[in-house]
Ligand binder design. Structure first.
Ligand code: KG4
Ligand code: ZN
Length: 345
């Protein structure tokens, strides 16, 4: 990293290829999205019932150049105006990340501008910056297909992980349960919808873990759903998928929102940030909104397009580094596992 404070405004090109979305965005001052092009590969992966890493990498290679060009065109800016190139360095699928990192390095070198390797989860959290002012200390509940974390931000750009999943991520648990309920990938939205249609609920366990823990565990809950289905089948009965979806969702919502509120109170958070693809879940959104309102705690939730993987959120996080002159060198390595706390400014 090199260092020299940047006081002027910034225009960043951001690239995100950590999983199955190829995305490029132009972001002004870390707050204003001039363009945010997202090309999803969901249709390609659906028939395999999940993301196939090798296919994801190939698809990124095929589209990255076009997506970057489209981001510049839609924003109406030319490459001469770009101050830096931000790219997701990790975590994610290594082959997929590599495509974005190599593209980012090539552009930074060709355009002679700084490169900013950016943490994917910092991006999810700072997506909130694109819709409002973040007030510190803030507590972020990160819920996605690959991550479930409670992150304390004592001040701007500083991350402290206070809880994380010990097994499946929330979205992963939703997708596995959805598969057992015969829904196509990604099944999270189907389970959410079915849970709201249910007239009854099959009560399922809640994994609170040790007293005071902010960690999560969803694999036992997923197994409980499968066990209920098997039990019904062995009795020759049809299990009620709707009642199971409702039981599963209520367990998830209870645990994630209760732990988030407890953490906010313990660490004196002045704001709650919800982010990640599972932030689309109506159960989590509504319960968290109600709890925050009752606690007079302001809540920020980005719109769906900024919750699922996208490059604008990477631009929003990278600007924190740009302003402080903290740049990456051209030997930046993509990394499947990279620490969020160490990425702090
Ligand atoms: O953040 P994201 O786009 O990808 C990752 O970075 O992981 O999240 C995708 C995940 C999938 O597992 C999908 O099933 C889940 O978010 N998801 C939902 C809902 N909408 C998307 N899960 C539950 N309820 C929803 N409404
Ligand atoms: Zn993500």
């Amino acid at each position: 990293m090199t260092s020299a404070e940047n006081k002027n405004g910034s225009l960043l090109l951001a690239i995100e290829t950590s999983c199955d979305e190829t995305s490029a965005a132009i972001v002004r001052d870390g707050r204003t999205v001039l363009s945010n092009i997202v090309s999803s590969q969901i249709e390609t992966h659906r028939r395999f019932g999940g993301v196939v890493p090798e296919i994801a990498s190939r698809k990124h290679v095929e589209s990255i150049t076009m997506i970057v060009q489209e981001a510049l065109t839609e924003a109406g800016v030319s490459r001469q105006n770009i101050d830096a190139v931000a790219v997701t360095q990790g975590p994610g699928l290594i082959g997929a990340l590599l495509v974005g990192v190599v593209a980012g390095k090539a552009l930074a070198m060709a355009w002679d501008v700084p490169l900013i390797g950016t943490h994917h989860i910092a991006g999810h959290i700072y997506a909130n910056r694109l819709i409002g002012e973040i007030v510190y200390p803030a507590l972020a509940l990160v819920v996605s297909g690959g991550h479930t974390e409670l992150v304390l931000l004592p001040e701007e750009g500083v991350f402290r992980i206070i809880g994380r999943t010990r097994d499946d991520a929330v979205g992963e648990a939703y997708d596995k349960v959805a598969r057992a309920l015969s829904f196509p990938y990604p099944g999270g939205p189907h389970v959410d919808k079915l849970a709201w249609q249910a007239e009854e609920e099959i009560a399922l366990p809640r994994a609170w873990l040790e007293e005071g823990s902010y960690d999560f565990s969803f694999s036992g809950l997923k197994s409980a759903v499968l066990a209920e289905i098997n039990r019904a089948k062995m009795k020759g009965l049809e299990p009620s998928f709707a009642a199971l979806a409702r039981g599963f969702q209520n367990s998830v919502v209870d645990v994630v929102t209760t732990k988030a509120m407890r953490a906010a109170s313990e660490f004196g958070a002045r704001q709650m940030l919800l982010c990640g693809g599972v932030a689309a879940n109506r159960g989590i959104r509504e319960r968290l909104a109600a709890l925050c309102e009752a606690a007079a705690l302001p809540l920020l939730v980005p719109p769906m397009a900024l919750c699922s993987d996208n490059a604008a959120m990477i631009g929003a996080a990278a600007e924190l580094k740009w302003r402080r002159g903290q740049f990456s060198t051209l030997d930046l390595a993509a990394s499947a596992q990279v620490s969020l706390e160490e990425w702090s400014v």
